[in-house]
Design a protein. Structure first.
Length: 122
């Protein structure tokens, strides 16, 4: 059973403001910007607890542990110019069945490119 301390509630409040995927350093930076003075170790423990309870999931990308609150299959899009990150829904997964006989339970795809706002400036 989770004991919701004032500190955990403040971290939850910051977590709910995140609309995309993130790493622990980015989350810690957001916490510091909100005038909460928590150490990075506290942030790692909080994120690990959430992951163990299934509230968020993580994956490794370029030797970094990336966290996401989106539990549906989706695509991660990262703009190469401005760094914008967002989730894109993926409804049809039939193409995966064509390349493997394995049963796929969950996946995510990472895509980089140029977002619509940066394209307007080109």
């Amino acid at each position: 059973m989770l004991r919701l301390t004032k500190q955990k509630k403040q971290m939850y409040d910051q977590l709910y403001k995140i609309t995309s995927f993130f790493d622990a350093q980015e989350f810690h930076h957001q916490i510091l910007k909100s005038d909460l003075h928590l150490g990075i170790a506290t942030v790692y423990r909080f994120l690990n607890d959430l992951e163990n309870r299934g509230e968020i999931h993580s994956y490794l990308c370029e030797n970094r542990k990336i966290y996401s609150q989106n539990k549906n299959n989706h695509i991660h899009f990262i703009c190469e110019r401005c760094g914008e990150k967002k989730h894109l829904p993926l409804k049809n997964v039939h193409f995966l069945k064509e390349i493997t006989n394995e049963e796929i339970c969950h996946f995510q795809i990472d895509v980089t490119g140029i977002c619509s706002e940066c394209k307007k400036r080109i």
